[in-house]
Write a protein of this length. Sequence first.
Length: 883
Amino acid sequence: TKWVYTFGDGKAEGAADMRELLGGKGANLAEMSSLGLPVPPGFTITTEVCTWYYANGQAFPEDLADQVAAALQHIGGIVGRQFGDAGDPLLVSVRSGARASMPGMMDTVLNLGLNDETVEAVATRAGDRRFAYDSYRRFIQMYSDVVLGVDHHNFEDILEVYKEGNGHDLDTDLSADDWQEIVTRFKALVEEQTGNPFPQSPELQLWGAIGAVFSSWMNQRAITYRRLHSIPESWGTAVNIQAMVFGNMGERSATGVAFTRNPSTGENELYGEFLVNAQGEDVVAGIRTPQDLTEKARIGSGSDKPSLESVMPNAFSEFVGICDVLEKHYRDMQDVEFTVEQDKLWMLQTRAGKRTAKAALRIAVELAEEGLLTKEEAVQRVDPVSLDQLLHPTIDPKAERQAIARGLPASPGAAQGEIVFDADEAEALKNEGRAVILVRVETSPEDIHGMHAAEGILTTRGGMTSHAAVVARGMGKPCVSGAGTLRVDYAAGTMTVGGTTLKRGDVITIDGTKGEVLLGKVAMLQPELSGEFASLMAWADAARRMKVRTNAETPADARTAREFGAEGIGLCRTEHMFFEEGRIIAVREMILADDEAGRRAALAKILPMQRQDFADLFEIMAGLPVTIRLLDPPLHEFLPHEDAELAEVAGTMGADIEKLRRRVQELHEFNPMLGHRGCRLGITYPEIYEMQARAIFEAAAEAATKTGSPVTPEVMIPLIATRAELDMLKDRIVAVAEAVNREKGVAVEYQIGTMIELPRAALHAAEIAETAEFFSFGTNDLTQTTFGISRDDSARFLAEYVEKGILPADPFVTLDQDGVGELVRIAADRGRSTRAGIKLGICGEHGGDPASIGFCETVGLDYVSCSPYRVPIARLAAAQAAL
Ligand code: PEP
Ligand code: MG
C-alpha cells in the first residue's frame, strides 16, 4: 500500500481533491506545490495509516518506515541536506491534518531533528548561535508538551523566572548563551518529570511525533470537538512532515497568518498579522502583539510598529500575488500561513478561511459579482444556520455607553450577560437559563463548551487570530480579545480595570464590532437586512421551490416575519391568544363553567377579542395564506392554581370558590399531552371551536371589505387520529362559515384541513385526505408520539442518547428521517392518492431546521413554516435543498 505522498519542487503526488486521504492540510500543500508556489518540500502520511493504527493496537504498518525513510531522502535531495546528518542536518516540522480542521488535536512540532549535536551544526551553518538555541528550546518545549506530556506551563515558568532573574523583559532580549542555559534547564525538567533524558535520536523523535499525532485523534478534546461538529471518528487524521523554514532566523525573517479577505466584514482586502524573528506558534499564542501586514491596516489600527509591506516589500508583493492566485484557483477566500526566511517567502498552508456570517455573505455575493461563482454557487456557499448571526443585535448607537476597556473587535455583534471566569460555570449557568459572558485571560480548546454556552467572549490577551477570536467567529459569538488593561484574578473571581473591580455575576455588555467592554446592560438594535443579504436572499428565492411561511400569532411576530420574507402564516396557535391580558379570566370562566350555557356565555366575551386578533393578522398578511389552528392544549394549562387567581375568577363568575377548587381538581389529568386536548376538546365542547370559527370568518369578511383583497383562511384541526373526528368537526365549521356568509352577505372562501401529528393519522392519511383539504405536519407531536418520548421531558436524557451514538441528533431539533420521516412520507403519498395535489406543509420546529428542510424538499412538501427569526434560514435552506 502507498502510505506516503510527497510534494515539493513544483510537483506533488497528491492534489486538493484528495483530502479524504491526505487531510485538508496535506491536500492543499500538494495543490500549492503543483501550482508552482513556494512550499517547503515534504510528505503526507495518509489518514489510512491512522485507521490502520487504531485497527491494529496502535501499531504502524510494516512498510511505513521504509516509505517514510524514502520520502525523507527525497526531501533531503531537494533541499540538499539529510535528516539526522550531524554535520548539516535537515530539520522538519510535524503537523496533524484531518479532513476538517480540528482544534484539540496535536497541532505542530517544529524544528524536529535538533539535539545537542545538531544544534551546533545548525549554529555553524546559519552563523547564528542564538537562532540555533532559540530553535532548540522551542523544539524541546513543543515536543515535550505534545509527545511526552510535560505541560507547556512548566517551560513558560522556567523562562519567566530566568527572564526576571536576569532583568530581561522580552524574549528578543535573550542572547545565545541565555537560550543555551534555558535549554539545559528545559532538559533537566523533562528528565525530572518523565524519568528519561530528552530523546536525542532524530529518528526516535520523528516516530514519537508521528505517534503523538495519531494518538491525539482519540484524546478527549478531539472527541468532544468531533461530537460538537458531527465529524465521524472513522475519518482519521493525516500527518504532514515538511522541511523546516525559519521565521526566527533574525530580523530579515518573519512568520504570519493572513486571510485573503477580511474574515469579520468580508471586505476584499488582505487581512492578517505577522511577527519578525518568530516562529509560527508565536502569532496565534498571543505572546507578542503582532504587526499589521499592510500599510493601510497599520494606519487604520494606529500601530507604531511597521507593516510587512514596509519592512519586507519584496516578500510582501510576492505574497499578495500568491494570495490572488490562490483565491482564483480555489474560488474562495483563503486562510494562509507563511514564513519569510531571510527575505525568502514560503507558503505553509492554505485553506478556506473561517468567517463570520456577515463576511460569508459578502464574500459569496462579491465572488459571484466578480464572476468567480455562479449565483447558485453563491447561494450554496452560505450556511443557513449562520444567518442567525446577522439577525443578532448590535449596540444602539444612541445608547449611553460607558466603555471600561478596549480590546480587538475579534467577532462582531453585541452581547450582554453576567461575568463568569470559567467554562464549566458558563455551561452550568446557561443551563439555568442565564446569559453569561465568558471572561478569560486567553482561551484554549478546553474552553470550547463554555464558549458555546456564553453569549459572548472577552479575553485580555491575544490577537485577531488568537484561539478565542477564531473560534468565536466560527460560532458567530461576539468576541472582544486582547483587552490588555483588564486584570483578571481567577482565584478572587474578579476583573479590575483602573479603579473599577467587577465581580463574577456583574453584568457587562461587549461590543465585538468595536472591541469595547461596556458596563451594565446597554440598549441593542436589530440589524439591517439590505445589501448583500437582500441580494443573496433574492438569488435563494429564485432557486427554491418550497414556500416559506411563519408560525406566528401576534401582530409583532407577523410583521417581523414578513420583513424576513415570510409568504404567509403556516401556524397560528390560537391558545397563545387566550393568555393575553384581560382574557384569561374569561377563558377560565369558560373552562370552569358547569354547562354549555355557562361556556357559551364566557365564549361570547372572548369572541370579539379573537375576531380582532384574526383581523389584525389578515391585514398584516394582506392576502397571503393564513392557517389558523383551533384550540389545542389540555384545558388545565389555563387553570388558576393560586388562591388569589381562583378568588378572582370566582368573583367575576359569582361562583363559590370551593366549588371551583373541586372543578380544578376534576380537570386534573395524569398525562395531559395524551389526554383531553386537540380535536378532542372540539368533540366534547363544540361551542369552543364554533366560537373560534366564527371569529375567523367574521374577521375574514371584515378584512376583505377593508383591504379589498380577498382572504382565504385555512382552518386547521389539531391532533386528529381518525377521519370520523375530522368529519364531525368539519361539518360544524362549514355550518358556521355558511351562517357568517349569509349574515354578512359575503362569500368568504376557506379551506379546512388537519395537522398530522399522530402515527394513526399518518397511516390513515388516504381517508383523512378525503375530508381534509390540506395537511400540515406537526412534527413536534409526531416525534413525541412516534418515539413515545415526552417532548417536555426529553432534554434530561436525549443528550446522552446523542453522546452515545444511539441517535444521530436530537429528534426534536432535526427530524428523524428514518422513523418520523417515514410516517411523513407515508402520509404524503397516501394523502395524494385520494386528493391529488393536496397542499402539504410542515409547522413543527423542524420547519426551521436546514437538514429537515432538505428532507421536506425530497418529500415534495409545498411549504415549510417556522418561527419568524428562522424565516431567512428556511428560505436559504429551501434553496439549497432545491439546487
Ligand atoms: C407540532 O406538534 O408539531 C405543532 C406544530 O404543534 P404544537 O407544537 O403547538 O404542539
Ligand atoms: Mg402539536
